[in-house]
Write a protein that binds this ligand. Structure first.
Ligand code: SF4
Length: 500
């Protein structure tokens, strides 16, 4: 059976991620499938990305302060303009597996492929793909898919591992939920198609595969040991809704470490990124890190961490001992009120204390990124400004101690979707009708419409809940970027990159 595989185009070039490696390893091992990996889609994406990045510089847009939000801007631009049609022209088989779907940017691409008459197998571990087939069908109607193509897709729910029979799933052509997994097989993935992607990407951007810049740009390889966040309580968190993936359960540290070493060698990557939701040092992780430390390669290892972990001095000593070089800290907010609303489990005093410990204990070659949510729940303009001033203060304490530290505005994480259990629903953040005064993602979308005009089609974002932040006095608070002085934003997002 001939099929074409394509990862979500907006995620395709991020890194050699684990989900793509597992899925393509599965496809390559299945004798009954003749799989074509669609590299031209990546090529097309990279060229377009470069062009939109150039043209974006011409706009004097408030999101210029945050590379993350700029990227979102570009992706939105990418998915709503003519690009999905160009992308859809690059496929030549009837059946297309489109996976690792991540978010709302993907829907216009799915619509364009359906409108070309392709049959799609949709899947991905992200919780947003728990959407029902009816929901996806309605979304396709609103994105203009012709009636005759509306049922030309199936959805594969659940996690693919090396034991999943994708040939059977495609042959049966029914929506399916994978209920049986052998997660340990993930550590047997020794072939995938990512090496070739690296060649393609270097060609597109005109980089020598062996050059230092190619090495720097395409040398991240991601490993997920599990997605079981030990905290699991943040009010805005969507990750806890994901399918549980416990890849390291019952698997020896040696087997995992050997697979990490083999994969990094095969992809010529030296940056190993543990994408666990909240990294902890247990017997297993210590065993893996010990082996990596003693390997002949000089790995740069990074992970997601947080204040609750880093307030423990032993944790910081372990970061040094096991050679972790980059911590992404999901700090998120800088006032007690916002931290309480987000249910992060700590307040400003605890962050002060933790930052102090980090600056004293961590080796100076550890790099840190503090993540902050834009438009977090706040009660007044003063509180919004305080939020940013505290981030500046924490960053500077770490920088003054000699540690490379940056702050990034990660996203509008709050109330991204209609989900009764997850909405922060009280007097300070109110779901509301769309209006100009909004904070959060709707504000972001309105801004985009103002900057980019009619090309921004909001139909695929209908599920985003608009909300207002309400201050002490009942006033609606605008987005952070309108309240915080320009100089503070410029100073805060002034990057001092190390290797991360
Ligand atoms: S620490 Fe991260 S993964 Fe865990 S609950 Fe909070 S946001 Fe979710």
């Amino acid at each position: 059976m001939k099929v074409t595989y394509c990862a979500s185009p907006v995620l395709a070039v991020r890194e050699f991620n684990m989900a793509n490696r597992i899925l393509t390893s599965n496809l390559l091992k299945n004798d009954k499938l003749d799989v074509n990996f669609n590299y031209s889609a990546f090529d097309c994406y990279m060229k377009y990305d470069k062009q939109s990045f150039e043209s974006a510089k011409l706009f004097d847009h408030p999101f210029r302060h945050s590379p993350q939000l700029w990227k979102e801007t570009l992706r939105l631009h990418l998915s709503t303009y003519h690009y999905p049609e160009i992308f859809a022209d690059k496929f030549y088989t009837d059946v297309i597996l489109m996976s690792c779907l991540s978010n709302w940017y993907d829907y216009p691409f799915i619509a364009a492929l359906l409108n070309k008459g392709h049959k799609l197998v949709l899947g991905g571990t992200n919780f947003k793909l728990w959407r029902s087939p009816e929901w996806v069908r309605n979304m396709m109607i609103s994105l203009g898919v012709k009636e005759k193509y509306l049922d030309n897709f199936i959805i594969v729910y659940g996690v693919v591992d090396l034991t999943t029979d994708l040939h059977k799933i495609i042959k049966d052509w029914k929506n399916v939920k994978i209920t049986e997994n052998d997660f340990s097989t993930v550590w047997d993935c020794e072939i995938d198609y990512l090496e070739n992607i690296k060649n393609t990407l270097c060609n597109v951007v005109g980089m020598d595969l062996k050059s230092e810049s190619a090495r720097k740009n395409f040398s991240n390889v991601t490993f997920l040991l599990n997605n079981l966040c030990w905290w699991g309580k943040c009010a805005f968190c969507g990750f806890v809704l994901q399918e549980k993936m416990d890849f390291d359960r019952g698997v020896k540290a040696e087997r995992i470490a050997q697979n990490i070493i083999n994969t990094a060698r095969r992809l010529d990557a030296n940056r190993i990124y543990f994408s666990n939701d909240y990294f902890s040092f247990n017997k297993k992780t210590k065993g893996i890190l010990e082996i990596l430390k003693n390997a002949s390669e000089d790995y740069k290892i990074s992970c997601y961490s947080g204040i609750l972990a880093c307030k423990d001095e032993e944790y910081l000593h372990n970061v040094n001992k096991y050679n972790l070089k980059y911590l992404k800290i999901g700090l998120e907010a800088g006032t007690d009120f916002a931290l309480g609303m987000l249910n992060k489990g700590y307040g400003v005093a605890e962050v002060d204390d933790t930052v102090e410990k980090m600056s004293k204990i961590l080796n100076k070659d550890v790099e840190i990124t503090l993540h902050s949510i834009v438009d977090s729940p706040q009660r007044s303009r003063d509180e919004i400004r305080q939020n940013y001033n505290n981030f500046l203060r924490w960053r500077d304490t770490l920088r003054e101690s000699g540690i490379h530290t940056n702050v990034v505005a990660s996203s509008y994480a709050i109330i991204e979707e209609v989900n009764d259990d997850k909405c922060i629903d009280n007097v300070f953040i109110q779901p509301c009708e769309i209006d100009e005064a909004q904070s959060g993602r709707i504000k972001f979308l309105n801004e985009l419409r103002n900057s980019f005009g009619d090309v921004v089609n909001l139909k695929s974002y209908d599920h985003v809940v608009p909300f207002n932040r309400i201050g002490f006095n009942g006033e609606t608070l605008p987005t952070d970027f309108e309240v915080v002085p320009e100089e503070t934003l410029d100073e805060l997002y002034n990057k001092n990159w190390g290797w991360g």
